[in-house]
Write a protein that binds this ligand. Structure first.
Ligand SMILES: [Zn+2]
Length: 198
């Protein structure tokens, strides 16, 4: 049987999503084929608009519908403390704990020489600017417990050495090689509470 090109193209698009294998991609593409026109239009609209409607917060780098995210705008938050994370997903993991009331900073990755991610590819300079301008008192380095995450934490800690702030690192209830956004809430809460000076 001849390949249906439009279908293969849609399957290839689904394959770009995380945790989607060939079988799931095929099932999803066939499901789209059976959708009615209205649902497909809604799908297309949602896809094409996501990049227009959502931007990165100009302060912390978290995704937001406004220039400044909800957390940065919240007057009830402790503006002296910043948790530094690799990915926006880690922010959601901390927010779920409901035990931290400070701010965040999203680096957008971790240092990784083999993948060509250097200091300039991460939002490190904007973090230093915040430290200077906003009189931050504590920086909690919450990058993943992987070689890249550790390297990044140490690099930032070194940069902050001469600043008069308390720089801490999550405690290791987090297993080596562990990702912040996969940690269960109790482990993450303990790691945050037990943070120590770096
Ligand atoms: Zn923000």
């Amino acid at each position: 049987m001849k390949e249906l090109r439009a279908l293969s193209r849609l399957i290839d698009s689904f394959l770009k999503l995380p945790s989607v294998g060939k079988k799931s991609a095929e099932r999803m593409a066939l499901a789209v084929l059976e959708m009615d026109e209205e649902d497909i239009q809604e799908f297309v609209y949602a896809l094409t608009n996501i990049k227009n409607k959502i931007q990165k917060c100009e302060v912390c780098g978290l995704y937001s519908e406004e220039q400044k995210c909800e957390i940065c705008q919240d007057q009830e938050r402790d503006k002296k403390s910043i948790i530094v994370v690799s990915s926006f997903k880690d922010v959601y993991a901390f927010e779920k704990l409901k035990s931290y009331n400070g701010l965040y900073h999203v680096l957008g990755g971790a240092l990784n020489a083999t993948r060509g991610i250097g200091v300039n590819e991460l939002n490190i300079e904007s973090l230093l600017n915040r430290v200077h301008l906003d009189k931050i008192e504590e920086i909690i380095l919450a990058t993943n417990s992987t070689i890249e995450g550790e390297t990044t934490a140490l690099y930032i800690a070194k940069l902050l050495e001469k600043e008069n702030i308390n720089t801490t690192r999550l405690a290791y209830g987090l297993p080596m090689g562990g990702y912040v956004d996969y940690a269960d809430s109790l482990t993450l809460k303990k790691a945050l509470e037990g943070r120590r000076k770096i």
